[in-house]
Design a protein around this ligand. Structure first.
Ligand SMILES: Cc1cc2nc3c(=O)[nH]c(=O)nc-3n(C[C@H](O)[C@H](O)[C@H](O)COP(=O)(O)OP(=O)(O)OC[C@H]3O[C@@H](n4cnc5c(N)ncnc54)[C@H](O)[C@@H]3O)c2cc1C
Length: 396
């Protein structure tokens, strides 16, 4: 029989957002317990493993052996395969490093443990405990045995399929058009360029894109995300990806050695990410960038703020929804504007025809943009194809 536990801060889920929250709460003097339902942190990997790098030092992550390779930038391919190159600084939150995601997640958990966090594996939250409407921990199962964990502050860092927030009564509903279903092969013997992360747009991946993130020595993560509302069945993602590979000889000759699938939110952020006794972070709070589908950076950035506020609430004895506004306001100040802007851009992009994508990329040929923004791209497109920018007037 597993004994019941008590802690200041309970973090459910040891992904990047969970480990980051746990570490910063511990660093600020809270007693922290992080539970993870899987037996191995970071494995199996469900990720393209692309990551920008500018944010890492802000949240205290030191580059380490989890870096697989460093890329110069991204190449965006139109349906007729005109290419637009963007350097790493401007290319969004999936471009900079290609990482070993399992090593990365483990390193963040090690950093958390070294800061004083207790990590318990093979332990799943099964419901939340509530007293007078406030979350005071979770019911959990460890190796199938039920027990309770009582906590002053509970953090839902349980990823895209998050249930903890919903159990607590926070609306985490998501529309079909705000979800991508993803599939990825690890392929060997492919002809990819290790200097770039490649993105292929248009009807090859309705409402999403095909990605190729190089891993070196002929290895690459070749994946696809398609908007759930634009496909008939989940298996369609595989059909689209297989078709894309078939039409690209440099990949058709390759061999698939691994396959992973999963969902990403491409939604606007949640309206509310806190409640009495509880805060949501990372994919559980729908913090994925709706344009790129990248969520590692945002989860970690919000995680630092979440951990700091959790510790403060413990010290002040005020784990209330009102107190947690500090987190709500804090993470929104850093991430929300871009999330909304990219969500609006995504709403438009998913409707574009292949012909329009071709025109957009064509208009950008040879253009040097001072700063890569939707506004600047549309200004460049407007010079050559004013009819294309008409439907984007709101952005201009
Ligand atoms: C195919 C695919 C490719 C992607 N590629 C990229 C990419 O290249 N770059 C990028 O930035 N992002 C990418 N993403 C998104 C990225 O993986 C997520 O945004 C990121 O993992 C979010 O971190 P997180 O900590 O919020 O959630 P997660 O990493 O999902 O961690 C949540 C953890 O909670 C655990 N958990 C869940 N429920 C419970 C429970 N009840 N009790 C205990 N533990 C629980 C899970 O086992 C998991 O370990 C991709 C996603 C997919 C599906």
């Amino acid at each position: 029989m597993t004994a019941d536990l008590t802690t200041d801060v309970l973090v459910v889920g040891a992904g990047p957002a969970g480990s980051m929250t746990a570490k910063w709460a511990a660093k600020h003097g809270a007693k922290v317990l992080m539970i993870e339902k899987r037996q191995e942190i970071g494995s199996p990997v469900r990720c393209g493993e692309g990551m920008s790098k500018a944010w890492l030092s802000d949240v205290g992550i030191t580059p380490g052996r989890w870096i697989n390779l460093e890329v110069e930038g991204a190449r965006i391919y139109s349906p007729s395969e005109k290419v637009f190159e963007i350097n790493e600084k401007h290319a969004g939150n999936e471009v900079g490093y290609v990482v070993e995601r399992d090593e990365f997640d483990k390193q963040l958990a090690i950093d958390a443990a070294n800061a004083g966090v207790d990590v318990v594996l093979k332990t799943a939250a099964t419901s939340v405990l509530k007293e007078n409407g406030r979350v005071v921990g979770v019911k959990a199962k460890r190796f199938g045995e039920p027990f309770e964990i009582r906590a002053t502050v509970t953090i839902a860092a349980d990823g895209f399929e998050s249930q903890v927030g919903r159990w607590a009564g926070i609306s985490t509903n998501i529309a079909m058009r705000d979800m991508d279903t993803c599939l990825q092969y690890r392929m060997t013997n492919v002809d990819c360029d290790v200097r770039y992360c490649d993105f292929f747009l248009g009807k090859v991946a309705p409402g999403g894109y095909v990605w190729v993130f190089p891993k070196g020595e002929g290895l690459a993560n070749v994946g696809i995300g398609v908007q759930v509302s634009q496909v008939k069945a989940m298996a369609d993602a595989r059909n689209y990806l297989d078709r894309w590979i078939e039409h690209h000889p440099g990949y058709a000759k390759g061999k698939k050695i691994d396959m992973v699938g999963g969902g990403v939110s491409i939604s606007a952020p949640l309206k509310q990410t806190v409640g009495d006794g509880i805060m949501l972070v990372g994919d559980a709070a729908r913090m994925i960038d709706p344009l790129t589908g990248g969520g590692i950076a945002n989860g970690c950035i919000a995680g630092k703020i979440c951990g700091e506020v959790a510790a403060e609430a413990v010290h002040a004895g005020t784990p209330t929804k009102e107190f947690f506004q500090k987190y709500e306001v804090g993470w929104r100040a850093v991430l929300e504007e871009k999330l909304y802007r990219n969500w609006l851009a995504k709403e438009k992009l998913v409707q574009l025809s292949d012909e329009t994508f071709d025109k957009v990329i064509d208009a950008l040929q040879g253009v040097r943009l001072e700063k890569l923004s939707v506004h600047n791209i549309l200004k460049a497109v407007n010079e050559k194809y004013p009819e294309v920018t008409k439907e984007f007037e709101a952005f201009l």
